[in-house]
Write a protein that binds this ligand. Structure first.
Ligand code: PMP
Length: 287
């Protein structure tokens, strides 16, 4: 069945939706995005995703196309029109179509940013069977650019990383820079040692995950110890547990790193508990 998608103010059947060949998102990956999950027809962590969108737009000097109230209205309209119970809303803003290809940004006020949103139907998103067995990850060098805190659509290397993982029989790749794990291809990475949750501190080296912020808040509220510092693959292989977080995977246990099984090879208690708490608390606060 055809989806209804949103493009620059219009709700259209997906076959009829189009963006210019001169759009800088297409030519130069000059755009940013957000993915918000939907559980029970409601938006998870919507405020956090919109705050990060604003931050990404500001960093690239792209004008915000509409205000937050309107963005919420568009999200809700798409969820309703596409009858999404569980799934995702993808949002992308690009610098738009200046009418030709040029490295320089168009002069301020001359080009309207492009705003596109669409839904992805994922029935049972929160009951992913992978959460019961856990992911296997491999490590790969992190060769991305230095502003990974801006959520841009430059996703070629993370896509290559996902393919390297698949070809190695794994589920994802953890990227490593200067001997330390930065993050997964599309998620933040954690280990657990002696009950303590360890994850890399915020900086331009990683995306500031919205799920990360929520999970660390819930962990601290539950009196769990959190240490924000870098860790190596070797330290992770010797950890009690590992997991990743993202808006679409929530809290996903990791059970194997570069062929080394963690503990007994089953999802650990901290990851399982955090997944439960995150799903429960964020469903409660969903919009
Ligand atoms: N790091 C990277 C590189 C990502 O692509 C993502 C997901 N987009 C995340 C972390 C997790 O962020 P969030 O929890 O906001 O989905």
């Amino acid at each position: 069945m055809s989806r209804t998608v949103y493009v620059n103010g219009a709700y259209l059947a997906e076959e009829r939706a189009a963006v210019s060949v001169f759009d800088r998102g297409f030519l130069m990956a000059d755009g940013v995005y957000e993915v918000t999950s939907v559980l029970g027809g409601r938006l998870i962590d919507f405020g956090g995703h919109m705050a990060r969108l604003r931050r990404s737009l500001d960093a690239l000097e792209i004008e915000a196309p509409v205000d937050d109230d309107e963005l919420l209205a568009i999200h809700r309209e798409l969820v309703a029109r596409n009858a999404i119970e569980d799934g995702l809303v993808y949002l992308q803003v690009t610098r738009g179509n200046p009418g030709d290809r040029d490295f320089a940004y168009p002069a301020p006020g001359t080009t309207r940013p492009t705003l596109v949103l669409f839904t992805q139907d994922k029935p049972g998103l929160a009951d992913n069977p992978a959460a019961r067995t856990g992911w296997k990850v491999i490590s790969i060098p992190d060769i991305r650019w230095g502003r990974r805190d801006i959520k841009t659509v430059q996703l070629l290397y993370p896509s290559m990383g996902k393919m390297m993982a698949k070809r190695a029989g794994a589920d994802d790749a953890w990227m490593v820079e200067d001997g330390f794990v930065t993050e997964g291809t599309s998620n933040n990475a954690y280990i657990v040692r002696g009950g303590r949750i360890i994850t890399r501190q915020l900086s331009p080296d990683i995306l500031h995950g919205i799920t990360r912020a929520a999970v660390l808040r819930f962990a601290r509220e539950a009196q769990m110890e959190v240490e924000e510092r870098p860790f190596s693959i070797e330290e992770a292989q010797g950890a009690d547990e590992a997991f990743v977080t993202s808006a679409s995977a929530f809290v996903m246990p990791v059970v194997e790193i570069d062929g080394v099984r963690l503990g007994d090879g089953a999802p650990g208690p901290v990851a399982r508990r955090l997944r439960e708490i995150y799903l429960e608390e964020s469903r409660r606060a969903a919009l």
